[in-house]
Structures are given as C-alpha cells and as structure tokens.
Ligand binder design. Sequence first.
Ligand code: SME
Length: 164
Amino acid sequence: MTHQPLKIDPLADKAERYQQVAEEIAAVVEGEPNRVARMSTVASLLSHAFDSYFWTGFYVVDETKGDELVVGPYQGTLGCLRIPFGKGVCGAAAATGQTQIVPDVHAFPGHIACDSRSNSEIVVPVKNEQGSLIAVLDVDSTAFGAFDEVDAVWLERIVAATFG
Ligand code: SME
C-alpha cells in the first residue's frame, strides 16, 4: 500500500494561523488601553504572520472633520495620508460600515493607488464599544484575489476583540 500524503486544506491552514495571531494580539495588548499601541500591535503581528500581506494598517476617523480618514499605525510602504468617506475601498468601508473584499483593485471605482504594486485588498470597519466607527483596517496584497471570507471573518473578530 502506497503512502498517501495528507491533503492540507489551505483555508483551514489560514484560519489556524489567524487563530494563533488573534491569541498573540490579545496577549500583547491585555491591560493596554492606548488605541495607538493596540493598532500598532495589530498591524505588526498581522503583517508578519502572512506573506500575502503587503500593506497592513489603519485609517482612523478624523474627529475634527467627521467624514474623513487619516492614516494611523501601519506596516508597509508609504500610505496616502487622508481618504474622504466614500472614496476608494477604505472610504467605502467607512461610509457603509461593511467589510470590502476587492479581488482586483484596478476594477474598483475610485480606488486610491498609494502603491501601484497593490492588486487586491480587504478593508474592515473598526468600531468602539459603543458601536461607533473609529477606523478601518486596510490590508493590501500584491497578488490578485488574495482575500476571501476567511480573512473577513478573522479580521472582523480581531478588530472586535481589540477595539470593541
Ligand atoms: N487602497 C486604499 C488606499 C489606501 S492604501 O492602499 C494604503 C483604498 O483605495 O482605499
């Protein structure tokens, strides 16, 4: 009888890794109330956990304007500083309060190209304990179609556990 190698489910593998990162983030930020420290920790640990992550970070709601995002803690190449609500993928997530999965950013109307190497992205709204939008978490990849429902579920869980 020949040996059959185990079939590794790539989705299960990704979910397991998210589980580990989620636990690591929770352990590091435990007892730390500062939002910048928490965002920096999330950006750092996520970006180092996945090779597919090219740009990983937060755009926070600018309290002085209300309908504009300003760049927050991130890992990656230079990000643009400000994004109005409704503009690009981050602006769509902020305006709708819904996670955006974009397999090809070039096909997304109004996409903001901070780095032309980005080809797909996911943006997750970040809400505080009261349910108000405080930021969005933006992850870009150089690959097309890098993100799916597994990423959405886990990133939503991570931001809810860290900021909700
Ligand atoms: N791609 C984003 C802009 C931010 S950066 O890529 C860092 C967007 O269209 O919302």
